[in-house]
Each structure stands twice: as structure tokens, then as C-alpha cells.
Design a protein around this ligand. Structure first.
Ligand code: XMP
Length: 507
């Protein structure tokens, strides 16, 4: 178990993901958090930071409980902080130190650099540099521009590196992390999807006992994996509710419900489409629509939950990125909690305890855990789909007819991507129905019908995204199918905007 102390670097989560790739469990906490217990950890990594150690506002934590007592690795700011704090000198660097560099010196027979050769490419991103190391520090690696690129403290398992082993451009980054964690810190590599399932199911059994648990299934990866885990632990005491808000993809409700039943989940499908559509009538503001959809969902869900006698817990598919406490943008001591629609989503009137079995996992790990439990690959590989569904893909007000049109268009597009082997190359795809009519001609007839937009993006987390260069032939075929097949649509356009400045959804 490894503790990562976050000083606000954009790469901190990446450190955690790389450590997990080594099958080692790790957790991130802000450097000033009071919520972790150092006794729970076998090694500590200090992250980078946008701050300069020379600034008074920069994080200057007390390392006395860590340094010399546990194996410790400082990355970038973490390394600079140790040098600065223990008698060395850190100053502004003369040359730009961003991007590619190569290790020009590596100390011989140094375990930290086992299987890493001089010349190995590392990734730099810093404006301060370590000018002088403290006396007790020993230089173990340099690049052409950065003499003090790697050090260790004599007679301790304490190391510092100026470069970022966690980024993929540091070619031997994972090897270096492994050398530190496995060879030096002697942390065991036992954290695998199978072991996660085994320990989580045992913990859930213990925690939930004979209690009843209710969970809202959405058809998405997270809620499905969460439900499968809890179901393994408590079987039919898990009551899943899958609400049809009438804004789902074509046949989605029926197909996914069927799939859930085959998986042995105790699931009830609730078709509330008419209620959602009625409540949405006349609303065209995006946030207004989101609010209505959110409120009605909670009402429907609560009605259903009340049908279950003596339910004690609400289960949620919240994942780790949603709950990591973040260091505030100033790097100052006021740690904030990221807010997200899944976090704290418990309505007041449902006085249930919350269970979140995935809240230590990254998205790709959720998929791996799902795979290890035998969940269908197609279900695990599904594109993200927004909670408000077509409610925010039909621009402007929503009617049953518009939902029908968009379901048809979306179905042609998504099925086409699957048929052509393109679906898994795209992070998210979908169609939007515009509140615009345009003139067309079909046969000898003038038409005046709706325009639709196709959008396919690549991304890793939805925070930034780029449009996908789908083959022209595919777009041509899809456009023909849509215009010929969907009554009411006479124009198809493809969205070629990146995020930022655009967003993925149009609303
Ligand atoms: P944007 O449009 O902000 O979308 O670039 C980023 C990701 O978030 C999804 N999204 C939502 N998901 N409720 C959700 O559950 C929402 O209100 C919502 N809005 C956007 C979007 O589909 C994309 O994956």
C-alpha cells in the first residue's frame, strides 16, 4: 500500500494509475490532509506541484513521520522540496526544462535505475531546479541540462527525481517506479482485479450482513459493475431499479433490462417515460431540463425504493476520480473536494446509508474488475452516455416525436460504427437533433425538415476531447441511411469541434 501526497500537480492521478499498473494499491491525499494514517502505508510518493518551493505560500509539510522511516520518493516538486528543506539550494533554472530529456549519467549498480540505461528518455516539466544537493544526498542521475536530476539520501530509502516517471513519454518510468516500490520498498504486487473482487465481496458481506440495499442501474459500466459486486456478496437482498426516462437510446431499456436479468441481478424496470415527457413539456433551457430530469428521477426512484420494506443502504457506482480530494488551485492549505453529480447524490428524504464499492477505482480498473467477474465485453465497452440522455441532445424543447427521430438517427449511427469496427476506436459518439428546419429536395418535392448532427470524439476522461476523423465513406453511407430512413430529417452534418473550446454535448 502506497501513499501519494498531492501538492497539486496535474500528473498526480497519473502516478496513481501507474502504481496500480504494477498491481500495487495506492491512494492519493492532499499533502495537508488529516484523514490518512501513515501507519497504513509501506511507502510514500511526493507529487509535483505548480508552486515554487521558494515561495512562502508553497506547501512545506512536515515529513518527520515519513523521511527515514518509510521508503520515500519525491517527484519534481517533491524532490525539490526535500533538497530545499534539508539544506540544499533550489533556484530558477536558466534553460527551459519542459519536455524531452535523456539521462546522460546514471550511477553504476544503483538499484533505483536497474534495467534503465544512460540515454533513456525522461520527461521534464519544471521551472525551478536543484542547484546544490544537501551534503547527505548523493547524486545518482543527471541529464544534459539538469545535473541534479536524481538523488538518494545516504543510509535511507529516500529518493528524489526531477523528471516525471508517471508520464508515458518517460520511457522507463514504470521500470523506475517498480525499482523503487518493489526492489527498494519491498511492496507486494498483489493488487489485481481478482483480488479486488475477492476482498471487496468479503468486505461487503461483513458490512451489509442481511441488510437490504437499493441501487439505481443506468446501463452504464459503473453502476453495472457495482451491482454485480454487491449482488455477489448479498444476492437477492440487492434491489436494483432501472428507470426508463424516455430519453434512452432505441430499444435500450428493453435490451439492457433483459441483459441484467440474464446476469442474475434482482432488477426492476420502471417505465416512467410518459411522466418525464410530461414534466419536460415546453422546457427548452438546458439547465432547466437537467433539473427536471434529475428531480423526476429522484421522485420515481424514491417511490420505488419505498416499495422495498426495511431497506437500509443506497449503493452508488461512484468511482475514484469523483472522490479524490483535490489540492486547491493556489496550492494553499485549503483543500477542496471535487463536486460531481454522483457525489453526495442522496436526497434528504431517503435516510439511507451509502455504500460505494468502486470508490477506490479508476475507470479502466472498473472495466478490468467487470471483466474478471465475467461481465459481457460489449456492456463494459459501452461509450459514456449522459444521465439526462437525449434530454440534452434534443436541442430546445422535447417531444415524443423528436425523441423517436433522434432514436432512429442515433441507432443508425451507432450500429454503423459497430458494423464497421469503428465503435471501439471512439471514446463517445452520438447524434444531436437541432431545433432548425432547412430546405431540401426529395424526388420532385420540396422538403422543410430537421437537421441532425453526428459527433464522435476521442478522449480519456471527457475533460478534453478531439473530434474523430471518421472515414468519409462511412459518413457518406451513414448520411444516406439517415436521410432515407428517418422521416422528418433532411440534413446531416458532422461536428468537427474540439473540446475546448466546444464541449462534447451541445447542451
Ligand atoms: P461535456 O458536454 O461537458 O461532457 O463536454 C463531458 C462528458 O460528460 C457527459 N455529460 C453529462 N453526464 N449528466 C451526466 O451524467 C450531465 O448532465 C452531463 N452533461 C454532460 C458527456 O456525455 C460527456 O461524456
Amino acid at each position: 500500500q502506497v501513499l501519494i501526497l498531492d501538492f497539486g500537480s496535474q500528473y498526480t492521478q497519473l502516478i496513481a494509475r501507474r502504481v496500480r499498473e504494477l498491481n500495487i494499491f495506492c491512494e492519493i491525499f492532499p499533502y495537508n490532509s488529516k484523514t490518512f494514517d501513515i501507519k497504513d502505508y509501506k511507502a510514500v510518493i511526493l507529487s509535483g506541484s505548480p508552486s515554487s518551493v521558494r515561495s512562502e505560500e508553497a506547501p512545506h509539510p512536515d515529513l518527520s513521520e515519513i523521511k527515514g522511516k518509510l521508503p520515500l520518493l519525491g517527484v519534481c516538486y517533491g524532490a525539490q522540496y526535500m533538497a530545499h528543506n534539508f539544506g540544499g539550494e533550489v533556484g530558477a533554472s536558466n534553460t527551459r526544462e519542459y519536455g524531452r530529456a535523456n539521462l546522460s549519467f546514471i550511477k553504476e549498480n544503483e538499484v533505483f535505475f536497474e534495467n534503465v540505461s544512460t540515454g533513456s528518455q525522461v520527461w521534464m516539466s519544471h521551472s525551478d531546479t536543484i542547484l546544490n544537493l544537501p551534503e547527505t544526498f548523493e547524486l545518482i542521475g543527471s541529464t544534459h541540462d539538469v545535473k541534479n536530476a536524481a538523488f538518494k539520501i545516504k543510509d535511507e530509502k529516500t529518493y528524489g527525481i526531477q523528471f516525471h516517471p508517471e508520464v508515458y513519454h518517460s520511457k522507463d518510468g514504470l521500470t523506475i517506479l517498480k525499482n523503487f516500490l518493489v526492489n527498494i520498498a519491498e511492496v507486494e504486487q498483489t493488487w489485481t482485479p481478482d483480488s479486488f473482487v475477492e476482498t471487496t465481496v468479503a468486505e461487503l458481506k461483513e458490512k451489509l450482513g442481511d441488510d437490504k440495499v437499493v441501487l439505481g442501474l443506468s446501463g452504464g459500466v459503473d453502476s453495472t459493475v457495482a451491482a454485480t459486486l454487491i449482488s455477489k456478496a448479498i444476492g437477492k437482498n440487492l434491489y436494483c431499479i432501472f428507470v426508463n426516462n424516455g430519453l434512452l437510446r432505441k430499444n435500450e431499456f428493453e435490451n439492457v433490462l433483459d441483459q441484467y436479468k440474464h446476469m442474475g441481478l434482482n432488477v426492476k424496470g420502471v417505465d416512467a417515460s410518459a411522466r418525464f415527457l410530461k414534466e419536460l413539456e415546453g422546457e427548452s433551457d438546458p439547465e432547466g431540463k437537467r433539473k427536471i430530469i434529475g428531480r423526476v428521477f429522484i421522485e420515481v426512484f424514491d417511490d420505488e425504493a419505498h416499495e422495498i420494506q426495511n431497506v437500509k443502504w443506497l449503493a452508488q457506482g461512484t468511482i475514484y476520480p469523483d472522490v479524490i480530494e483535490s489540492v486547491s488551485a493556489t496550492g494553499g492549505p485549503s483543500a477542496t473536494i471535487k463536486s460531481h453529480h454522483n457525489v453526495g447524490g442522496l436526497p434528504d428524504f431517503m435516510k439511507l446509508k451509502i455504500v460505494e464499492p468502486l470508490n477506490t477505482l479508476f475507470k479502466d480498473e472498473v472495466r478490468r474488475v467487470g471483466k474478471s467477474m465475467g461481465i459481457d465485453a460489449e456492456l463494459l465497452g459501452r461509450h459514456p452516455f449522459p444521465g439526462p440522455g437525449f434530454g440534452i441532445r434534443i436541442l430546445g424543447d422535447i417531444t415524443a416525436e423528436k425523441v423517436r427521430m433522434l432514436q432512429e438517427v442515433d441507432h443508425i449511427f451507432i450500429q454503423g460504427l459497430k458494423d464497421e469496427g469503428l465503435y471501439n476506436k471512439v471514446w463517445q459518439a452520438g447524434a444531436m437533433l437541432l431545433p432548425v428546419n432547412s430546405v431540401g429536395v426529395m424526388g420532385d418535392e420540396r422538403t422543410y425538415e430537421k437537421a441532425v448532427v453526428l459527433r464522435a470524439v476521442e478522449s480519456t476522461d471527457g475533460m478534453t476531447a478531439d473530434w474523430v476523423n471518421l472515414p468519409y465513406e462511412f459518413l457518406q453511407k451513414t448520411s444516406n441511411k439517415i436521410i432515407n430512413g428517418v422521416k422528418g430529417v433532411n440534413r446531416v452534418v458532422y461536428d468537427i469541434s474540439s473540446k475546448p473550446p466546444a464541449t462534447i454535448e451541445w447542451e
